[in-house]
Design a protein around this ligand. Structure first.
Ligand code: SAH
Ligand code: SF4
Length: 379
């Protein structure tokens, strides 16, 4: 079976080509695609309206293989975190964040990350490998169909996807784009471009490619207004400094589904949270303004972890910083932390299965369901 294709790896065009390769009509791919993504089917036998000739070929030619679920933690606020096994001691996490008017899934793109930001626990782990398209989509496929059952809902539960889990999505571009296409496809998850957000630490040339290939909403992790400080916090800045990044943001906006970029700014005590930093940000935004509101700021309270040696800014300082930006006419929000009790907050995603004891400790502390490692089938 090792030569069988995993159908989670294909966008609709890829699946059509795969069907053609089996000697079947391209349009059959649409039915198959809907069974997989809209109905969460795992067995070809269930696909009753599929041409029998195709149904007969699929079991030897293809699989629908999700990721084994190592654990599932449910927070008191309804946030759910899953740890998925991607093999060879690596694991990645996805987090579901329910709100009144939406359900957001935070998805991982890599096991580890090569960018190595100082304030990020994924960055401290180092880089292990890129996820495949199928591994990126398996997180959404599993979560959506699990949640429909768990919440007893027949229609869509996940309305928004943010590529803000582990990894730098724009350093895994070839796997990312087909995954985004499946999220947007009306026969797949049917999400609007405004509700799918790629978050990047600023891979400038790849931002340009994304604007052409699959423009979705863009969030840029800025964290500092000046190159000297950003070089230190986000090492990629040495390659693509702030002014180049701002120009790339403006180019992106010519194609973007939203008319603004979200800048994420993680508030680090005494490091980037002083009035002069806010003023430098205001100057930066004004300098690159091409008309109207072109960006919004999202201030993220830092989620500390011991190896970082950094601390969260006090609440009052975050509020003062936000006020300074707001007073200068910059749209600014302060992110609520969610799922704190299950380590599901930003930058706490450290899906390292090599250290299962730590995962085990957490399981003992939380209201947790531990699933047996299976094929990751939502059924
Ligand atoms: N690599 C991408 C997406 C994943 S990180 C990026 O950097 O944008 C998603 C967001 O979480 C980023 O804005 C990142 O800066 C932020 N983040 C990372 N570690 C954090 C921490 N410890 N506390 C708060 N936010 C953090
Ligand atoms: Fe990688 Fe993003 Fe973490 Fe930086 S913040 S190390 S880019 S995952």
């Amino acid at each position: 079976m090792s030569s069988a294709a995993n159908l989670l790896d294909f966008d609709l065009e890829g699946l059509a080509r795969f069907c053609e390769g089996l000697g079947e009509k391209r349009f059959r791919a649409t039915q198959l695609f809907r069974w997989i993504h809209q109905k969460g089917a795992t067995s070809f036998g269930d696909m009753t309206d599929l041409a029998k000739s195709l149904r007969d070929k699929l079991p030897t030619a293809a699989t629908i293989t999700g990721l084994p679920v190592i654990s599932q933690h449910i927070s008191a606020d309804g946030t759910i975190k899953w740890l998925f096994d991607v093999g060879q001691g690596d694991a990645v996490e996805a987090v579901f964040i329910p709100e009144d008017d939406r359900g957001t899934l935070c998805v991982s793109s890599q096991a580890g990350c090569a960018v190595g930001c100082r304030f990020c626990s994924t960055g401290h782990q180092g880089f292990s490998r890129n996820l495949t398209t199928g591994e990126i989509l398996a997180q959404l496929w599993f979560a959506e169909h699990f949640l429909r059952k768990h919440l007893n809902r027949s229609e869509r539960v996940i309305t928004n996807v943010v590529m803000m889990g582990m990894g730098e999505p724009l350093q895994n571009y070839n796997a990312l784009v087909p995954a985004l296409k499946v999220m947007l496809d009306d026969h797949g998850y049917g999400l609007s471009r405004r509700r799918v957000t790629v978050s990047t630490s600023g891979v400038v040339p790849t931002m340009d490619r994304l604007s052409q290939d699959c423009p979705v909403a863009l969030a840029v992790s800025l964290h500092a207004p000046l190159d000297a400080l950003r070089d230190n916090l986000v090492p990629l800045n040495r390659k693509y400094p702030i002014d180049e990044l701002m120009d790339a943001c403006n180019r992106y906006l010519q194609h973007a589904p939203r008319d603004f970029i979200t800048f994420e700014y993680c508030m680090l005590d005494g490091v980037n949270d002083q009035p002069e930093h806010a003023q430098a940000l205001i100057d930066l935004v004004k300098r690159h303004q091409t008309g109207g509101v072109w960006c919004k700021f999202n201030l993220i309270p830092f989620n500390p972890f011991p190896a970082s040696g950094l601390l969260r800014s006090p609440q009052a300082r975050v509020q003062a910083f936000a006020k300074q930006l707001l007073d200068a006419g910059i749209v600014t929000t302060v992110r609520k932390t969610r799922g704190d009790d299950i380590d599901a907050a930003c930058g706490q995603l450290a899906g390292d299965v090599k250290d299962r004891t730590r995962v085990g400790e957490r399981i003992a502390q939380q209201r947790t369901i531990t699933l047996h490692p299976t094929k990751g089938s939502p059924a």
